[in-house]
Design a protein around this ligand. Sequence first.
Ligand SMILES: Nc1ncnc2c1ncn2[C@@H]1O[C@H](COP(=O)(O)OP(=O)(O)OP(=O)(O)O)[C@@H](O)[C@H]1O
Length: 324
Amino acid sequence: MSLDTSQSEEPAIWVENLERRFGSLNAVDGISFSVERGKVVGFIGANGAGKTTTMRILSTLDVPDAGQVRVMGYDVVSQAAEVRRSLGWMPDAFGKYKNLDVMEYLDFFARAYGLKGALRRQRLKEVSEFTELDQIARSPVFTLSKGQSQRLSLARTLLNDPAVLILDEPAAGLDPKARVELKRLVRLLASMGKTLFISSHILSELDEVCDSLLFIENGKILFQGKSDDLKGHSEERLLLEIETEGDPAALLAWLHSSPAVQVDRESGKTCFVSIDATTTSRKELLRDLIKDDLPIVGFRKTERKLEEAFIHHLKVAGERKVGS
Ligand SMILES: Nc1ncnc2c1ncn2[C@@H]1O[C@H](COP(=O)(O)OP(=O)(O)OP(=O)(O)O)[C@@H](O)[C@H]1O
């Protein structure tokens, strides 16, 4: 009997000090992170940030220059075959076979996975129904739309029923309807207990479907956490939008002088601030503003948009670095 280390409680993905160099370029520059089983994590970064390189290493298609990577407890270098059995890799682009229809294409890959007889037919039925490709089973692959092609690529990835799914830019080039459909499939897969690691260069694209986000830039991790943390939602800090009908400079000066308030930015007659909710209440702040005769006409709880939040995070991180 072989010992199945995937039964252990190791995270689905565990990466420690991973490095991958191409000549003098550190495409992946000593990154560490982990993804718990059953979670959906968004891997965000601009073009060339190092996403595909990292994902290819996770998927055993490339090897690290340094560091360690484990998928479902298996080492990607010394236990590559076990990793491949646990993992499905959906590349950002895939070759289409001109003479095959949808079902023939899936059947070809099911055979390549070694699925035989009734089991193969069963899996083909399951994945084609799941991705709703059963409705276009006899369409030639080259006639598919971008959204249908992405579903075909996902279906192929699901054939061996992997516990971990690595999806490289699955939403790229999709129209809004296909994007909604993709999100629905991601949610369904998550509800089935699968772990999903999904890359995108668009911050807001994955926000609603991901449990947490991982930002990469120039091969380094810039942020790992929940998008709510990034947007400023927390038990401790509250974001507020305060609008005056009077002189915005007076409001700004008052806010800057208040030790409880941190001013993020101002726009016209509105100031965006955060307060420490453990020591100051919204009510107290509003009462103090009115007591000092500031003509407040808007006072709302707010949140940062994800893009804005990320820029704010970088700014704060940069200020910390300068200050240290
Ligand atoms: N095989 C290779 N040989 C040389 N350089 C490479 C190779 N693969 C990737 N790179 C470089 O490594 C860096 C990271 O590339 P990677 O494809 O991982 O980025 P990415 O975040 O996936 O970007 P994109 O969104 O454009 O796919 C880039 O500068 C890229 O040009």
